[in-house]
Structures are given as C-alpha cells and as structure tokens.
Design a binder for this molecule. Sequence first.
Ligand code: UDX
Length: 464
Amino acid sequence: MKIAVIGTGYVGLVSGTCFAAWGHEVVCVDKNAQKINNLERGIVPIYEPGLDELVERNSAVGRLRFTCNLAEALAGASTIFIAVGTPPRAGHGDADLSFVYMAARELAPLIDDDAVVVIKSTVPVGTGDVVQKIIESVRKTGTFSVASNPEFLREGVAIRDFLEPDRVVIGVEDERGRKVLMELYSAPLEARKTPIVVTQRRTSELIKYAANAFLATKITFINELADLCEQVGSNVSELALGMGLDKRIGTSFLNAGPGYGGSCFPKDTMALLRTAQDYGVAVRIVEETVTANEARKRRMALKVVDALDGDIEGRTIAVLGLTFKPDTDDMRDAPSVPLIETLQRFGAIIHAHDPVGMENASRILSDVEFFDDAYECAHNADAVVVITEWDSIRKIDLARLKQTMRQAVLIDLRNAFEQGVAEQIGFRVSAIGRSTTARFDKNTSAAIHKGRKAEKPHLEIAGV
Ligand code: UDX
C-alpha cells in the first residue's frame, strides 16, 4: 500500500516509520524544510529509543521517504494520514485545529479519487465531519473517504506501542474506509490477535479523549490516596498492588508521583472539558482531576520545604530528573517546572540533572545550574529531590551520593529508591504515600518493585 503521512511530529514520524516497517511504501511530508533535510540524512528530531535505527533501516531500503512537496507525497497514495499538531489554544484550553484544516484544504485538490484520508491527530468530536466538508468543497467529484484512527502511543515506548498495540480504533462512515484500514492493520496484528474496534467516526474521536482522561483520573486517584497513606501510616505501593490485582482495576498506571505531565494528558483533559462544555454536559470527575493535578504539582514544593524543616532560603536543592517522565527529552507540562519555580520563589538555589532533558529544560527554567553528572549535581546540596525515575537515577549509589552532600535529605517523589535502604545509609527520607517511620519489609518492597517494572502482577506477593 502506498501511504502518505502529513506532519512529521511525534505521532506522524513514529506511525510513518512503523507502517514502513510493516512493508508499506511511505512518504512523510512536512513544511519544515530543515526537519525534512535532517530526516533525509537520518537525523531524527525527537528523542525516542529505537526510532533512529528504524528510520535508517527503512529509508535504506527505499520504503520510507521524506519530502516537503505535498503533491509528490500524495501522488498514487491510497491512504493519507493527517498527523499534524493540535496544540491547546492559548487561553481557551480547546484544541487548535488550524493545522488539521489547513492540511485538509491543501490535500483536497491533490488526492486520488478513491483515497482514504485518515485523521491520526488527536481531534475533538466532529472534526472528521468538518474535514469531509472542506475536501468536498474543493473536490466536486470523486469518492474519497474520511476516517478516524487515533494513536495511543506513549513517548519512550512509542515503537512498541505502535507495533504491538492493546487495540486499534478505527472510525469510519463508509465501506471503503473500513476496508482500507482493516487491510492496513489486520494482517500485521493477526498473529497477536489484537482487537480492532470499528466504530463511527465520532465515537472513535471521543475514544482517544476518554482513554486519556480516564488514565489521568486513575493517576490522580492514586496520588490522592498516597496523601491519605502518608497521614494514616499506610504504604501506597502495597495499596496499589492490593487494589490493582483485581482484574477490573489493573495494576498499571497506579504509580503515585508528583502529578502527571506531558504533551497529552494535560492538553486532552482540557480539550475534553471544552467539548463537554460546548454540549452542555458536566464531566465533573475530569474537572476535579485537572484541578487536583495542577495543585499537586505545586504542592510538591511544600514536601521539600517540610523535609528541610521549613528552612529553605539559601539552601541548595539538587533536582534529579526534569522531563515529564523517563526515556524522553520532553519537558511539556513537566512537574519539575512548577516545583523548581516555587522552590526558587522560596529562596532555594537549584542544581539540576537529567540524562537527556537539560537542553530543553534550560529553555524553560532560569537561574538553574545544570550538571551532566548526578553526583556533581548533589555536591554540597542540602537535599536531593527525585522528580523523574530514569533508570540511571534509580541506579545511583546512595552511599556515594550522601558523601558529597552537605546533609543527607532525600525527597523521593517517584519512590525510586527503597526507603529502608536509603534510611540505613543515613538519609532522612520523604517519599510518596508512605510515612517516614513506615515499616520496611525488604521482601515486600522488592516484589512490588519487580512487579512494577514488569508492569504485571508479581505472584510472590501472594505469600506476603
Ligand atoms: C499518554 C498516553 O499513555 C498515550 O496512550 C497517549 O497516546 C499519549 O499520552 P505519554 O504522555 O507519552 O502517553 O506518557 P504516559 O506514560 O502515559 O505518562 C503520562 C504522565 O503520567 C507522566 O507524567 C507520568 O509520569 C505520569 N504517570 C503515569 C504517573 O504519574 N503514574 C503512573 O502510574 C503512570
């Protein structure tokens, strides 16, 4: 199948490359000439494990090409994916659809008669209807289709999420759209028996927002329960496991932390609320999720203040991990930003380290000293705050870290370290969802840790 992908952002580039890996002939098109130039030379503009290699391999065999020329990209393409950005509109919170509509206007005169135009960008309900009208207004003849096929990939594991999805969602209004998209997905996913949900276009558009809002709510739920655990002397990781092993609940996305961030959850929850508002419907649980998450990110600064007995003016705080989650350089809506800014307002001096996010972070944060090395970052610090649970940060030698610090205070906002081990080394530890005096059971903690890494229940826990 010949496929064109409009937009080489996160979703467009990963999708295009993976379609090529499935054996299709793919052309990715973007207006940014420098990006296209770089991609033609194998330079990938985003940090995503494994993507460089996959781009290189598929470009080398001629299955994946890049161009700025839309007509060239669309010539002979049976399927055209729109994967341009839908950023939040400043001051509104709803999605800015101008790039989607512009793509529709520009592709309309260039597509083949029977082409299927598929919206992969995350778009509010009804966007497919508008795109259909835009194309119809330009093309008086032809039998094109407009479909919806949202993408659920996560940064950091995007390739695996694309090639081995839990499900594929297809929203179609006609038989041709259904046939082409089923053909595209069913063969490569047949062996894995991946469910393909075929539904109306409007339902498909809403599924993406509903899924993200639900996950954001799940995280917020466990975060609030973590606060309760701290007050009553319970352990949130054990609580999450005890709850999550109920198959109806599930163990994933129950890691309490400093609040969710990233390019999707904050944007998509707001966009869902705007849609609900437009239709006069209250989705209160999502409203509460958004409010609670924003407040939480700021409140994390108070945890640091508390750990330092209320005295942080002129103190040096070493922040480990800046990106919104590990394995990405993405700083969008990262909890580290409000936390650091609040600590700075309280008069703290900030040292920071992140394995790959420091360049992006330096564009957002000011008056922060950045360190390539975590131990140097903690040198003479009065406290270390772990905000992002990178593997390299989890592997830090706490004894060595302590030696370099002025005082051994660890605020672990991701429960990246075994609290008992850190305490034995001599740290005063403030973690998430566990009181500092909490019982330390090495076997239980190890089992939970292993279970979480594997993202599936760990049966050893049954004997605890
Ligand atoms: C998310 C969705 O998971 C994905 O399906 C969608 O396509 C895009 O949005 P992404 O933003 O890449 O993906 O990251 P994700 O792994 O979902 O994490 C989002 C945020 O939630 C991060 O800040 C992460 O740290 C936080 N999180 C996640 C938690 O705090 N606890 C958890 O248990 C899981």
